[in-house]
Design a protein around this ligand. Structure first.
Ligand code: PLP
Length: 389
């Protein structure tokens, strides 16, 4: 069979990336600052804030381009004053990069399980966790990191209400959610800080990169200070804080600028692919496609995801994954919850079995810009042929 292998989410170039990179070379801006970085930040800002339907109080938000989404989360925690010995509440059902930066700082990640509607942080468990941490440690956790997993917005009204009640700032992990909206507002702009990723397989790529969405100009200055080795304003190199080398290269930002010209197209394509799956799986017993729970949610469907009911289909998700792999279709188990990861074995967790069940039953299926209508038809027919055997 000489069908091309179908991947989950391949990078897809607009063609304009190389023009921006060439200009950077021609003008010798081959450094981690420059016109492409500034223009990329402005373009993201326009997309997230000016074009989104933001509340007035959020209008001062700014974007800082960085070397990775993980770096953005790390800097966000630093700007929130997280230090060794502190606790930070994380979503358990996520990629490790949501929680690792907490550990970089010597703080402890406290894991909270997901709810069924969005697969994201359960606001009821969140409040239980906060109360219990206060009872056990005598102080509030320093931050809350909800995630918009697979591009599905978390229940931000409920999460922010709990956060406000206890005076704990929110750092949104929107790494998978560029273009997703909750009640018409772009994901990443709800928390005090928000993190984006432009890794190779995300909604857009800079070959590797990220951004921190910050509340104002002052926070932007602070983020840039820490992202460029915390250099004090002296003629010589004076350092009073520990800094990082986290700025985005002007070359990578050139790729990002090219990608911004196709971002809306990418988001529309992911949603189109989801719609095709939705129609195709409507009458398939035992396969449940994840969709927006109600009209507040407008996912970008970065990856489409399904739950497989073994009783109904006769196969479990690993059998289906291996079968599809042989047919040239890449799929992947859902994220293994952090509270089940050996590396986080000692971390407190507040779980009710939801993410464990999702991990057991779920698969990511291809949804990227290179997935055609014909690919979707092929994927669906192979899934059907596997479960009907
Ligand atoms: C990709 C990802 C990150 C990290 O982004 P990088 O750019 O790869 O460092 C963080 N959180 C989640 C949920 C992600 O999917």
């Amino acid at each position: 069979m000489d069908r091309k292998r179908i991947y989950l989410c391949l990078a897809h170039m607009s063609g304009k990336e190389q023009d921006f990179i060439k200009e950077a070379f021609d003008t010798n801006w081959v450094v981690p600052l420059g016109p492409n970085v500034n223009a990329f930040e402005k373009s993201l800002q326009d997309f997230l804030i000016e074009n989104g339907k933001l509340k007035i109080e959020n209008e001062g938000k700014q974007v800082v381009a960085l070397s990775a989404g993980t770096a953005a989360l790390h800097l966000g925690l630093i700007l929130l004053g997280v230090q060794a010995g502190d606790e930070v509440i994380c979503q358990s059902f996520t990629f490790c990069a949501s929680a690792n930066p907490v550990t970089y700082l010597g703080a402890t990640a406290v894991f909270v399980d997901s709810e069924e509607d969005t697969w994201n942080m359960n606001p009821v468990l969140l409040e239980e966790a906060i109360r219990d941490r206060i009872a056990k440690t005598g102080r509030e956790p320093k931050a809350i990191i909800p995630v918009h997993l697979y591009g599905m917005p978390a229940k931000m009204d409920e999460i922010c209400a709990v956060a406000e009640k206890y005076g704990i700032p929110v750092l949104e992990d929107a790494a998978e959610a560029l273009g997703s909206e909750y009640k018409g507002q772009k994901c990443g702009t709800f928390g005090k800080f928000g993190a984006l990723s432009f890794n190779g397989n995300k909604m857009i790529t800079t070959s590797g990169g990220g951004a921190l969405i910050v509340p104002d100009e002052k926070a932007k200055k602070a983020a840039m200070f820490y992202a460029t080795q915390a250099r004090e304003p002296y003629p010589y190199y004076q350092h009073e804080k520990i800094g990082y080398n986290y700025r985005m290269s002007n070359i990578c930002a050139g790729i990002g600028l090219g990608q911004m010209t196709v971002l809306e197209e990418h988001v529309a394509h992911h949603r189109h692919v989801h719609e095709l799956y939705e129609q195709a799986f409507a009458n398939v017993k035992g396969i449940e496609l994840k969709s927006n729970p109600d009209e507040r949610f407008n996912a970008n469907y970065w990856l489409c995801t399904i739950l497989i009911d073994k009783e109904e289909t006769g196969v479990d998700c690993e059998e289906l994954r291996v079968f599809l792999d042989r047919k040239g279709i890449e799929t992947r188990p859902l994220w293994k919850p952090m509270h089940l990861q050996p590396v986080f074995a000692g971390s407190p967790c507040y779980v009710d079995g939801t993410s464990e069940k999702l991990f057991e039953k779920g698969l990511c299926i291809p949804a990227g810009p290179c997935v055609t209508d014909e690919d979707v038809a092929y994927i669906v027919s192979e899934i059907k042929s596997c479960i009907c055997k």
